[in-house]
Design a binder for this molecule. Sequence first.
Ligand code: HEC
Ligand code: HEC
Ligand code: HEC
Ligand code: HEC
Length: 208
Amino acid sequence: MKPVKNVCLVIAALFCFQLMQAQTIVGSKHDFSTQAWNTSVGQQICIVCHTPHNASTTVTDAPLWNHASTASTFTLYSSSTLNSTMSQPDASSKLCLSCHDGTVALENFGTTTNGTHFITSVYNLGSGLNNDHPVSFTYDAALATTDGGLKNPTTTASGLGGTISQNMLFGGKMQCASCHDVHNSAGQPKLLLKSNAASALCLTCHAK
Ligand code: HEC
Ligand code: HEC
Ligand code: HEC
Ligand code: HEC
């Protein structure tokens, strides 16, 4: 084999190895380990959101939560074609909004309550959820039938190994995490749960 061909093979192998590597939170927008405001021991990654002990039980269904929670009342999405009934964001969506509504400081985790760094720009959704995709409502077969333009979540494949219900809903509900992976496991832009190329994410649920 010619040397140049060998070099090409090595590069191809390295590229394959890169593709096989699972993506993680490390280096993503949710890796706060290099932020000056993260003064935890060794500037840990998980601690900003989780703690193994003395976790907050303020929000129902919160996974060992360590971050201060929002106290905002949100303006909800409405439209004349919406079939679901909206209510205040709950469970993990409320956890997302505990940074993304811009009212709680990023470093208000653990025992810190006087932080000064807030989320800004397009990352700040504010307390007006009336211009955001609805969350925190039940998406079931009955809704799909009523709506007519939604796929049945209990029988439709998500493209992630199981059905929409299994892979994208939480206790049968749509949440921010139905479209986003907070830990960046999928390695998609904008922390999306799956690729939205040619609107693949949207078309998982919407029959359009
Ligand atoms: C920016 C906040 C944030 C950071 C940082 C974070 N998580 Fe999470 N984590 C969440 C939220 C929100 C949920 C609930 C939503 C969900 O399950 O997708 C969650 C859920 C979980 C769960 C339960 C559900 C599951 O996916 O198994 C585990 C376990 C977990 N996180 C572990 C970790 C570990 C370990 C780290 C550090 C390497 C970490 N998280 C960093 C926000 C965070
Ligand atoms: C501890 C605070 C915190 C929590 C909790 C949190 N985020 Fe974030 N998130 C941030 C910050 C800070 C950024 C980066 C903002 C910036 O760069 O200005 C960010 C960025 C993002 C981005 C943009 C990613 C990109 O690459 O452009 C998305 C999407 C996102 N978060 C969704 C979520 C979702 C969904 C949840 C809940 C499941 C969540 N976040 C929970 C603080 C948080
Ligand atoms: C129906 C799917 C869906 C739901 C539900 C959803 N998002 Fe997103 N989100 C997206 C998509 C798609 C993008 C990327 C848009 C783009 O690239 O312009 C995005 C972008 C973002 C961004 C980055 C802002 C930007 O303009 O770059 C943040 C932050 C974010 N979402 C947070 C949230 C939070 C918090 C929730 C829950 C309150 C949520 N999302 C619910 C699909 C969703
Ligand atoms: C995990 C499933 C799921 C994904 C992914 C999803 N949606 Fe939805 N979407 C729903 C459900 C369920 C509703 C509520 C429909 C209702 O109650 O009428 C909804 C509501 C909407 C509405 C409001 C409908 C109305 O009548 O006012 C629009 C528009 C919409 N989605 C667009 C999108 C777009 C664009 C994307 C991709 C960025 C997307 N959705 C991704 C499930 C999903």
